[in-house]
Design a protein around this ligand. Structure first.
Ligand code: 0K2
Ligand code: SF4
Length: 320
């Protein structure tokens, strides 16, 4: 058996920053420490922080007045920021800057009088946060069919934005439908689907054809991880989205000569390595790492956290 290890895979710059923010905040404030939403959508990451006294909340009423509170990588709406201010919470914003970019685009378009079509998944943390920037001016669509169903007054000034972790191909289908129905629609100069999402998808698209089985490490509620498994499945090999090696089944590997392993942007490298070690010890697998794109993106820790840390210790310790 041969293992192809996709590169890039796993943690992106935004996840590194969010996880390190939580690490540093735990060191500084101690437990219990509150986080609004899962810091990232990964079971192992969440469980590890739960064991260290992190409390993940879905409502700010669960947070004692005056307590420190981290916002997850997926971002929050201005309504949540306002609630936090009213409760006198010490907010530390670990939103990925590339999510914040989409928020700022929403604010800008809303100010200029546009109606904004957001392409994204209903109920996703990031979508809820972005929609909150201009709820009265934003409409959510998920598919080209949703575009056909849109009812908008004629000559509406229109712009579209997207969630950062969509399938590039799926988003393009929706964008094509939007452009066909509303040729005047505008969009930001730079893609909202982020570099990490695009690169991980590109690697899977290129490498999955060479594999009999694809393992995508990531959680079921992780949008970007799910998209990787869907892309691989569309290319033929049988793909499995799993949190870790414990979920693998021996029958997946019965006739497998080549196994591609990749990981979503929120999946830690140690769960990848556990799969590699299992396939090495059970099937004598050899490893071939395939670099499809080089990444060198880093984000600083949130300013509100840097200000609390001793001088000279505030730069990120985790590489992307
Ligand atoms: O892919 P998702 O947006 O569901 O989020 P995660 O699995 O937590 O990955 C990190 C991306 C966070 C924001 O874009
Ligand atoms: Fe930021 Fe992209 Fe990572 Fe999301 S997937 S945290 S937008 S770099």
């Amino acid at each position: 058996m041969k293992i192809i290890l996709a590169n890039p895979r796993g943690f992106c710059a935004g996840v590194n920053m969010a996880i390190e923010s939580l690490e540093r905040a735990l060191e500084f404030f101690g437990a219990p420490l509150y986080v609004y939403h899962e810091i990232v959508h990964n079971k192992y990451v969440v469980e590890r922080f739960l064991r260290r006294g992190t409390i993940f909340v879905e409502s700010l009423e669960e947070v004692p007045a005056g307590a420190p509170l981290l916002y997850s990588a997926h971002g929050v709406s201005p309504q949540i920021r306002e609630q936090a201010r009213k409760r006198n919470l010490r907010a530390i914003d670990a939103t990925c800057p590339l999510v914040t970019k989409v928020h700022l685009e929403a604010v800008k378009y809303a100010k200029e009088g546009y109606t904004i079509i957001l392409i994204g998944h209903e109920g996703h943390d990031e979508v809820i946060g972005t929609m909150g920037e201009a709820p009265e001016r934003m409409v959510l669509v998920e598919t080209a069919e949703d575009v056909e169903r849109l009812e908008l007054p004629e000559n509406t000034k229109l712009a579209y934005l997207t969630q950062t972790t969509l399938s590039v191909d799926d988003a393009n289908q929706v964008i094509t439908a939007l452009r066909k129905r509303f040729p005047q629609i505008t969009n930001p100069p730079k893609d909202d689907i982020c570099y990490a999402t695009q690169n991980r998808q590109e690697a899977v698209r290129e490498l999955a054809k060479r594999a009999d089985v694809v393992l995508v490490l990531g959680s079921q509620n992780s949008s970007n991880s799910k998209r990787l498994a869907e892309i691989a499945n569309a290319l033929g090999p049988h793909a499995h989205l799993i949190d870790g090696v414990a979920e693998t089944k021996p029958e997946w590997f019965e006739d497998a000569e080549t196994v591609l392993i990749t990981a979503g942007a929120s999946a830690p490298e140690d769960v990848v390595q556990e799969c590699v070690e299992y396939l090495q010890s059970r099937y004598g697998a050899t490893i071939q790492e395939e670099i499809v794109r080089e990444e060198n993106v880093h984000f600083p820790l949130p300013k509100s956290l840097r200000e609390l840390l001793p001088a000279g210790t505030a730069s990120s310790r985790v590489g992307s």
